[in-house]
Design a protein around this ligand. Structure first.
Ligand SMILES: [Zn+2]
Length: 314
């Protein structure tokens, strides 16, 4: 364990607790009794150091939490962490602590996501495929798959859940005997208190040869390194986990999955970067703005990981 490892308890700041008691926002204040101190890395269980103090995404809330980095696997995470039941309640309420006001769900487009999830796309035969999507959002991908697969079920606790496929609010609503051939968690593991617990739980729903496909924030990306707490992914308590290449690999291997493919990607699984949006600015002579957009989209844009893994005991 590193000598400079920080072990002091970063209890919820006293001032934050006092302030939170006075909040009268309709979304309510954070219930600190349902947040737990997390000093140990949620992936490798070793120690961590404080990187910074960060405010939550609730613009009306004064609370500050810690952004910590594991001294071993470099996983970055938020401390203290809400318990999972509390998180689900916040998502069910569309609380501004976890989503921005007016959030109406999001989902990668079917084509964009299918290119990554299903081999041999677009010629993949999904007629025998049983598909499970955790965090189905507005249901775009689930809808795409449900039109082609033998079974497509989504799990989405938020009130924005939709789509023509079957969508349930919690994984526990799916019968334990149901097995799947492909599982997707796009932009999900950063939202949960214990990513490994969820990944282990999902092995119970995985049939032989089942693949799991995930996207998560890349804590080693240029955007993360340069922008630090201003990186758009730093969104507590909506986002709680930021993966390094090491923590991503360990998270899957230690929860019953064998990684087969990892890539740094852009948000929403866009393989290419469409610069059509900056062309009008260039034509109008707004070169500085266009250049800054190009830098963000081309250079800093790959701030997500895509990882695909198979059940390890196959
Ligand atoms: Zn670690």
């Amino acid at each position: 364990m590193a000598a400079n490892q920080e072990t002091r308890s970063p209890a919820a700041p006293a001032s934050s607790i006092e302030n939170s008691c006075c909040l009268t926002s309709p979304i309510g204040a954070l219930d600190w009794s349902r947040l737990q101190q997390r000093i140990e890395c949620p992936v490798c269980r070793l120690g961590s150091r404080v990187l910074s103090k960060v405010r939550t995404i609730n613009p009306n809330a004064p609370e500050q939490l810690e952004l910590r980095r594991c001294v071993a696997c470099k996983h970055v995470f938020i401390n203290p962490v809400p318990d999972q039941d509390y998180l689900i309640e916040l998502y069910q309420q569309a609380s501004e602590y976890v989503v921005h006001r007016g959030y109406n769900g999001s989902s990668a487009s079917g084509d964009s996501a299918a290119k990554w999830i299903f081999p041999d796309f677009p010629d993949t035969d999904l007629t025998q495929t049983r598909f499970l999507e955790i965090g189905a959002g507005s249901g775009d991908l689930l809808s795409w798959v449900s039109q082609r697969a033998s079974l497509a079920i989504g799990v989405e606790p938020g009130p924005w859940r939709g789509g023509p496929g079957a969508v349930v609010a919690d994984l526990s609503e799916i019968p334990g005997c149901q097995r799947f051939d492909a599982i997707a968690l796009l932009d999900v593991l950063e939202h949960v208190a214990d990513p490994l617990l969820l990944l282990r739980r999902l092995t119970c729903y995985a049939d032989a040869g089942c693949t799991i496909s995930c996207t998560v924030p890349n804590s080693q990306s240029l955007a993360a390194r340069l922008l630090r707490t201003r990186w758009s992914m730093v969104r507590p308590i909506g986002h709680l986990n930021y993966f390094s290449s090491d923590s991503l690999d360990q998270a899957f291997r230690n929860s019953g999955w064998a990684p087969i493919r990892t890539a740094a990607i852009r948000a929403n699984l866009d393989a290419k970067c469409d610069l059509g949006g900056v062309l009008p600015a260039i034509l109008r002579g707004r070169f500085k703005w266009a250049a800054s957009q190009c830098i963000f989209r081309y250079v800093l844009g790959r701030d997500q990981w895509f990882i695909q893994a198979v059940r390890a005991d196959n």
